[in-house]
Design a protein around this ligand. Sequence first.
Ligand SMILES: NC(=O)c1ccc[n+]([C@@H]2O[C@H](COP(=O)([O-])OP(=O)(O)OC[C@H]3O[C@@H](n4cnc5c(N)ncnc54)[C@H](OP(=O)(O)O)[C@@H]3O)[C@@H](O)[C@H]2O)c1
Length: 300
Amino acid sequence: MQVVAFLAMWSKEVEASPSSSTRWWSNSTVAIVTGANKGIGFALVKRLAELGLTVILTCRDVSRGHKAVQSLRAQGFHVDFFLLDVSDPASINTFASWFREKFGALDILVNNAAVSFNDIGKNSVEHAETVMKTNFYGSKLLTETLLPLFCRSVSKGRILNISSRLGLLNVSNSTVREILEDEEGLSEARIEEIVSWFLEDVKRGVWEEKGWPKLWTDYSVSKLALNAYSRLLANRYEGCGLSVNCFCPGFTQTAMTRGKGVHTAEAAAEIGAKLVLLPPGNLPTGKFYIGCNPFLYSKL
Ligand SMILES: NC(=O)c1ccc[n+]([C@@H]2O[C@H](COP(=O)([O-])OP(=O)(O)OC[C@H]3O[C@@H](n4cnc5c(N)ncnc54)[C@H](OP(=O)(O)O)[C@@H]3O)[C@@H](O)[C@H]2O)c1
C-alpha cells in the first residue's frame, strides 16, 4: 500500500488511441458507469459509447438521468439508463436484477459515483457517514453484487474504481498503516474495521489527534478504504479473468471541485476510457493510475 515512489512508466498502451489492432471490444461489450448524470461519469459514458460499447448510464435521480441520456441521444449516442443510488442496498439489488434480466453478463464496471462536502482548501467531517456509505460501502456493495455477472472471457472483466490520490496512504496512525500494509492479513473485515474506527473517532471528536489524513479527511479515508478494497479484489481475482484497478483523474473541473481544476471532465474520461479498454494481453491489475499525463502508476 505504501506508495513511496510512483514508477514513471509511460504506458504506450494507454497513450495510444484505440486502433483496429488494439480494439478487442464490440457493441456487445457491456459497461456500467455509476454517478453518470454529470462530471467525469457522464463524460466516461459518452466516450465509451463513442468507442462503440453498450453503455449503461446510472444515476440516483430519474430526472437528472433522463436529462443526461437525452443530451447524449441528441448527440447521436445511444445509451441505456437505470436508476442506481449506490448508497442504498435496495437500489443496488433492483438495478442488479434489471441488469441480469436485460443483459445477463457484464464486461466493465466503473465505480465513479462519489460525494464530497468539502470546499477546496477547507476540511469538514460533518457528513463522514454519508461519505463512507457512498464512496466506499456503495462501490463495494455494488461490486460484490455484480461480481457473479462478470464475463470471465479472454478479454477479461474489468473494474475501474475512480479514486483519488488523497486516498493513498497519507495516514500517520501506525495501527492503520500496519493493517493496510499487511498484504497477507488484509481482509474486507479489517478494512471495514478501519472505517468504523474513523467514524467512531469523528463521533468522539478526536479524529484530529488520531492521525487521519488532514486534507478532505472523510473523503480521503473513503478513498483509502476503496483503494485497499481494490487491492484485495485484484489479488483475489488475479489469474481468474478479472482485473481491478484504480484511477485518480487529477484535479478536474466538475461540481465536486466547484468547477475548479486543471483539465475538463472529458480529458479525464478520455484517459479513464483508455485504461479500462487496455488490450487483454497488457491489462494490469492492482494498479493505481494517477493524473492525466504522463501516466504514472504504482501498486495501490
Ligand atoms: N473532480 C476531481 O478533481 C476529482 C479528483 C479525484 C477524484 N475524483 C473522483 O472522480 C469521480 C467523479 O467525480 P466528479 O469530479 O465527476 O464529481 P461530480 O461532478 O460531483 O459527480 C459525482 C457523481 O456522483 C453521483 N453520486 C453521488 N452520490 C451518489 C449515490 N449515492 N449514488 C449514485 N450516484 C451518486 C452524483 O450524482 P448527483 O448529481 O445526483 O449528485 C454525480 O453524478 C468521483 O469518484 C470523485 O471522487 C474527482
